[in-house]
Ligand binder design. Structure first.
Ligand code: NAP
Length: 232
């Protein structure tokens, strides 16, 4: 199976790329900035492409180089924390550019190949905040809610072409995205989570590889929460 994971250099995407590699898949990782991490992953056998997913021209070039794929994991994402009233237009453009338009760009670039093959799986990485909303993360929550709508709608549209589209909504996962949290904030969050810890990137990666597998062959349009019971 040929798999493409966006945002493969760090966190959840890196773990998903490695998990697919362990399963014997051909893995293509996409990244935007992290050269050192990309070089390390290349050594493990993952093909790495530098491509800003928010840039349609770069994504078109990526699709031309990579060709058809079996599984697309739309994982690349950035966060934006702050009071809604203080968010600037540039910050908003950057956020939706990666989280929403990045997913749209990459999906559109690879979907036709899947339709032609009558085979494919798309997994979107949303967030629990896309379902519940996160205070001080209104734009982030909106961008992730959009991915849930996209997942459900596209699952209906491309189901007849034998393409499954699903979405995972992680809670607080222990990655660079949460590196700015203080020890006290981590403690407070952990106290709110029934399973009493932040999630590991592997816990999300395992669900992603499951959704890509034949064991999930009757699952589409699903939104699967991985949050240790935090927001359930
Ligand atoms: P992370 O550790 O910050 O990694 C983000 C990845 O996305 C990096 O590999 C980064 O590549 C890539 N990326 C960022 N902008 C990009 C762009 N314009 N084009 C291509 N790649 C780009 O984040 P993470 O925590 O693993 O998050 C992964 C996904 O899970 C995101 O969509 C995030 O919103 C979602 N999520 C995370 C959590 C959490 O608690 N961590 C919770 C819910 C949902 P470079 O390093 O090369 O820029």
């Amino acid at each position: 199976m040929k798999i493409l994971v966006t945002g493969a250099t760090r966190g959840i995407g890196r773990e998903a790329a490695l998990a697919f590699l362990e399963k014997g898949c051909e893995v293509i990782g996409v990244y935007a900035h992290s050269e050192r991490e990309a070089d390390n992953l290349r050594k493990s056998g993952i093909a790495l492409y530098k491509c800003d997913v928010s840039d349609k021209t770069e994504v078109t070039r990526l699709a031309e180089s990579v060709g058809n794929i079996d599984v697309l994991v739309n994982n690349a994402g950035i966060s934006l924390r702050g009071l809604f009233q203080r968010v600037t237009e540039d910050e908003e453009k950057a956020l939706y550019g990666v989280n929403l338009f990045g997913t749209l760009n990459v999906t559109r670039a690879f979907l036709q190949g899947m339709i032609n093959n009558k085979r494919g799986v798309i997994i979107n990485v949303s967030s629990v905040f896309g379902e519940t909303g996160g205070s001080m993360e209104a734009d982030y929550s909106a961008s992730k809610a959009a991915l849930i709508g996209l997942t459900k709608a596209l699952a209906k549209e491309v189901g007849p072409s034998c393409i499954r589209v699903n979405c995972v909504t992680p809670g607080v996962i222990d990655t660079d995205m949460n590196a700015a949290l203080t020890i006290d904030e981590v403690r407070e969050l952990t106290e709110e989570i029934p399973l009493e810890s932040l999630g590991s990137p592997r816990s999300v990666a395992d669900m992603i590889t499951f959704l890509a597998s034949d064991e999930a062959s009757y699952i589409t349009g699903a939104v699967i929460r991985i949050d240790g019971g935090w927001k359930t």
